[in-house]
Structure formats: C-alpha cells, structure tokens
Design a protein around this ligand. Structure first.
Ligand SMILES: CC(C)(COP(=O)(O)OP(=O)(O)OC[C@H]1O[C@@H](n2cnc3c(N)ncnc32)[C@H](O)[C@@H]1OP(=O)(O)O)[C@@H](O)C(=O)NCCC(=O)NCCS
Length: 191
C-alpha cells in the first residue's frame, strides 16, 4: 500500500471530453513547473495546441482531483508504431500539491496501465536538474542514463496478469462512479 493522497484528493482517468480540464490545469502550472513539464518555457498557445494533440493520440491520462478541480496529471502515450512496446510518461502537479505523494500515486497507476497494455519500456524525459522526478522514478527502480542535459528514465513494466487487469478495472470503476458524481455536481452547482 502506497502513501495516502492529500485530503479530499482522488485519482481517476480523464474522459475524452475532459480536454478543457487538462488545458486549464496545465495553464495553472507555475513557470518553473511548466518548464519542468515540457522541458522548456513554452507559451500558452503551445499548451492549447498540445492538449488538442494529446487528445487525438492514444493517450491514457490519469488525473488527481481535489474538490473536483484537476490538480495533477500523468499522461501515458505509446511511442512509434501501432504495436509498439514502448511508451512515454509525463507528469504535472500544481505547486501546492507537490511533494505530498501525488506523483508517486500517479506513477503507480501509470505503471499499472502500461503493464496492462503490454508496454515493456516506459520513457520518462525530464530535465537534468529535476531531482524530484528522478527520485520519483528511482522509487520504481528506474534505470537512469544521461544525455545532453536531459535525464531519460526507463522503467521496465512487468507483464500483465489477470490480477493486474482486474486491479485496473476496479480502480477505473471507482473513478467512473466519481466522475459521474463530478459531472452531476457541476450541473447542480450555482454558477
Ligand atoms: C516531479 C513531480 C511529478 C513529482 O511528483 P510529487 O508528487 O511532487 O512527488 P512525490 O511527493 O510523490 O515524491 C516522490 C519522491 O521525490 C522525492 N522528493 C519529494 N520532494 C522532494 C523535493 N522537494 N526535493 C527533492 N526530492 C523530493 C522523494 O524521494 C519522494 O519520495 P518519498 O516521499 O518516498 O521520499 C512533481 O513535483 C511535478 O509535477 N513537478 C513539476 C513538473 C515536472 O517536473 N514534471 C516532470 C517532467 S515529466
């Protein structure tokens, strides 16, 4: 059992129709976190374009919600050809929720999803000065190699088993139920 999430926090997958939540979350990142997330100081227009592309790719995005607001994400996307065994993962957590175990919980979910999709290798690209991301990757036995100021962490994902597929299904069922509650509460909340 991993660390508990911060109070009122929960994790579920994002739906296709929730691109705007992802967009707003990425815009809320402070400049340093934005740079760490994208490897450079990117503009708002870049982010707007990025979320559209991310939405059209075969990505699995887990979201960390606090009081129905998306405060963190982990994006998993296949790399290259259709039947690739490699994927890339990228993380973003808004500053007040950093260093509270959210990245750990999101990586745990992401590894489960990667395993169940048959990805053998998960690339995590981050800047060389991003100690926290490196520490986080190391917690999951990442092997790190250095390349032109960028650290690439590669995590071997274990094979899927009936239990791992069931585990993903169970956490998704909970996520689906709470997502419906979110949608419902948005409808009944006064503007
Ligand atoms: C990098 C990031 C995803 C890490 O998530 P997080 O929720 O802050 O990390 P966690 O609290 O789960 O901590 C993971 C590990 O990092 C280390 N860590 C935590 N806070 C740290 C700090 N301030 N300095 C150095 N290491 C730290 C610890 O080893 C910790 O594990 P432990 O608590 O078991 O000791 C998050 O901080 C973030 O989104 N940063 C901005 C964007 C970014 O850098 N994205 C990564 C590029 S893809």
């Amino acid at each position: 059992m991993r660390d508990p999430l911060p109070q009122n926090g929960r994790i579920r997958k994002l739906w296709v129709g929730e691109t705007e939540l992802y967009h707003a979350h990425l815009l809320r990142l402070d400049p340093q976190s934005r740079r760490s997330r994208f490897g450079a100081s990117v503009s708002d227009a870049f982010i707007a374009n990025y979320v559209q592309v991310a939405n059209s790719l075969d990505s699995v995005i887990h979201g960390f919600f606090v009081d129905d607001i998306l405060r963190g994400t982990a994006e998993l996307r296949p790399l290259g050809a259709t039947f690739t065994h490699e994927a890339e993962a990228a993380f973003s957590i808004e500053t007040p929720w950093q260093s509270h175990g959210v990245g750990t919980a999101l990586l745990d979910r992401t590894l489960l999803a990667a395993r169940n999709r048959g990805f053998k290798l998960l690339h995590m690209a981050c800047l060389a000065d991003n100690r926290r991301m490196q520490q986080l990757a190391l917690k999951f036995d990442a092997e790190l190699s250095f390349d032109f100021g960028t650290v690439v962490g590669e995590v071997e994902a274990a094979h899927p088993t009936p239990m791992s597929v069931l585990r993903e299904f169970v956490v998704d069922s909970t996520g689906f139920a709470t997502a419906l509650l979110d949608a419902h509460s948005r409808l009944i909340k006064p503007a």
